[in-house]
Ligand binder design. Structure first.
Ligand code: GAP
Length: 551
């Protein structure tokens, strides 16, 4: 059990975010300019950890399987891809603005008071309450009663109406149309129309500036705002390109090329990892939900009818993969989607969930995507993406050889979200104990699985003299030659260096001391137990390698 997660005094999320900055895992993007909301940079330790997560995924999903191959497609694809996939039409959230507070929020996630319930506006402070009271009076001609930072007097009449009820009144003196929900922060029912907001980032490809074209189309015309918007949107769309919101689509679009160039037979998979972009309305919990993130997705193609079995197989495989590197296995669960939760392309879906500090949330979706995508891309591109199965009997001719659209099972994971999850899982405080000076302290340690740890081993000369740095550097070189990420570290006294490496999850520290010069031995210290033993320098690489492999 993660000691930090158990201790109610510790705000685990705050501690992890602070460690990430202090130790070079994750920084706020463009921090010196005030930061860019929801964009993050992975520092020297973070890039190693994230790559290790992604390499382990690639190893388990591609390299250790005969029938899965990889793809690294461009992020920018033909805009017709997104038309066919349904992202241009359906990948949008219904957004609403509060007319008083200007808060913009998702209508489908807003609080919904029922008929007869009071609509209580709760402001940040008394000053804000006064401002909003005045704005409501000016715009809607009702004087709400101010009590501290609350504004009272509104009540839901029915599904479509809310009213203003002066104190003691049983009938409203004014009524307004009710959208069925209120703004999440203040609880205001004074709302704009819903607008669909596309989550894909749009840009332009090519030398033609579509703004010039839009300006030319609008010149001299006196049109209402809505018309102007429509014309600009049309002009922009003509040369629009989109940053991909998922890595999945390229694997459908390149299905025929990949299948034919490698003569692949069903069942087989195509895997891809890389950046995806979503203009998320709600960005939250550090790197859990950001606008730029990384995904690790597999499209596993099977004969129709074999998809249910494949779905169960991948659900278990993927859960096992997470558990393999986790300390606290009780924080994982699998939840099947309710019918109304299913994406438009799926007939069944599981979420692998993790218990984050704020509650259970998605880590990965494992979906049965039917033949939706291949069919859609065939329709929109005019290219036949059916698979030719030599073994299968054609029902029309009775002869061997049938064309059909394969079904797809898709385990879709987030690499950046998984990185956060393993940081949360690994963060721990040991029980308090006295240090060398007798001060009782708690050791902060990142109990990352050795395969995920940014550095596998740190080599530390006890002091910066008497040949110890040279010998330590020779040992580091030996690890480098063998492809193991080792770190030479001579800054500060040895206790501080151990603490530093505990905090970034380095599983082993090798210390070169006076005795090393005489008898060619070093001490090896193990991160979690802090136990130390002496080993021969000649055997150091083999010892660390064996321990890493056994982990
Ligand atoms: N191709 C299917 C697909 O993209 P998804 O559930 O939208 O499905 C898959 O995304 C995974 O990608 C999620 O389970 C999550 O781990 C990660 N993910 C999605 N949106 C994200 C975001 N805004 N920030 C970080 N990770 C995200």
């Amino acid at each position: 059990m993660n000691a930090a997660a158990e201790d109610p005094e510790i705000d685990l999320m705050k501690e992890v975010i602070s460690l990430c900055k202090q130790r070079g895992f994750v920084f706020q993007s463009s921090e010196i300019y005030g930061g860019l909301k929801s964009c993050y940079d992975y520092g020297p330790l973070g890039v190693e950890l994230k790559r290790n997560v992604m390499n382990e995924w690639w190893r388990a999903v591609v390299h250790e399987r005969e029938n899965v191959v990889g793809l690294d497609a461009s992020i920018i694809m033909h805009s017709k891809v997104w038309e066919a996939s349904g992202h241009l039409a359906g990948f949008s959230d219904p957004l609403v603005d509060c007319l008083i507070t200007k808060e913009r929020f998702r209508a489908d996630q807003a609080p919904r008071p029922g008929a007869g319930e009071e609509i209580l506006l709760t402001c940040a402070d008394k000053g804000q309450a006064k401002t909003y009271q005045k704005a409501i009076a000016e715009r809607f001609s009702v004087e709400l009663e101010r009590q501290g930072k609350s504004l009272r007097g509104l009540r839901v009449v029915d599904a479509e109406t809310f009213g203003f009820f002066p104190p003691e009144a049983s009938e409203p003196t004014a009524t307004f149309s009710f959208r069925g929900y209120v703004s999440p922060t203040v609880g205001s029912p004074f709302l704009s129309e819903e607008r669909q907001f596309n989550l894909m980032f749009r840009s332009q490809l090519g030398a033609v500036d579509s703004l010039d074209e839009a300006a030319a189309a609008l010149a001299g015309k006196n049109l209402p705002a809505e018309e102007i918007r429509k014309i600009i949107d049309e002009k922009m769309r003509e040369s629009a390109i989109y940053l991909r919101p998922e890595t999945a689509q390229a694997m459908f679009v390149q299905f025929a090329n990949i299948q034919q160039s490698l003569a692949l037979k069903l069942p087989f998979g195509i895997a891809q990892m890389g950046k995806s972009f979503r203009n998320e309305i709600t960005v939250e919990h550090f790197i859990f939900r950001s606008c730029e993130f990384e995904q690790m997705e597999l499209e596993y193609f099977v004969e129709p009818g074999k998809h249910a079995e494949a779905l169960e197989y991948w659900r278990q495989e993927r859960l096992n993969w997470y558990l393999r590197f986790a300390n606290d296995k009780s924080k994982f669960r699998v939840r099947q989607h309710e019918a109304q939760e299913l994406a438009h392309y799926a007939d069944k879906c599981y979420d692998i969930e993790y218990e984050y500090p704020w509650g259970w949330g998605e880590l990965e979706g494992v979906a049965s995507r039917t033949d939706y995508d291949l069919k859609k891309h065939s329709e929109h591109s005019g290219v036949n993406l059916k698979y030719f199965d030599q073994e299968k009997e054609n029902p029309e001719t009775g002869k061997k050889g049938a064309h059909y659209f394969p079904y797809v099972v898709e385990p879709a994971a987030g690499a950046t979200r998984t990185t956060l999850m393993y940081l949360l899982d690994a963060f721990a405080y040991d029980s308090p104990r006295p240090d060398a000076q007798g001060k009782v302290k708690r050791r902060r340690v990142l109990k990352l699985h050795p395969r995920l740890a940014p550095y596998k081993v740190a080599v530390l000369p006890l002091v910066k003299r008497d040949g110890m740095p040279d010998l330590a550097r020779e040992i580091v070189q030996e690890f480098f030659r063998n492809g193991v990420n080792a770190r030479y570290d001579e800054q500060h006294q040895i206790g501080k260096r151990y603490a530093r490496h505990d905090e970034v999850g380095t599983p082993y520290c090798l210390t070169v001391d006076g005795q090393s010069i005489e008898d060619n031995t070093v001490t090896i210290r193990e991160r979690d137990s802090t136990n130390q033993e002496r080993i021969k320098i000649d055997e150091a690489f083999a010892v660390v390698k064996a321990r890493l492999e056994g982990a």
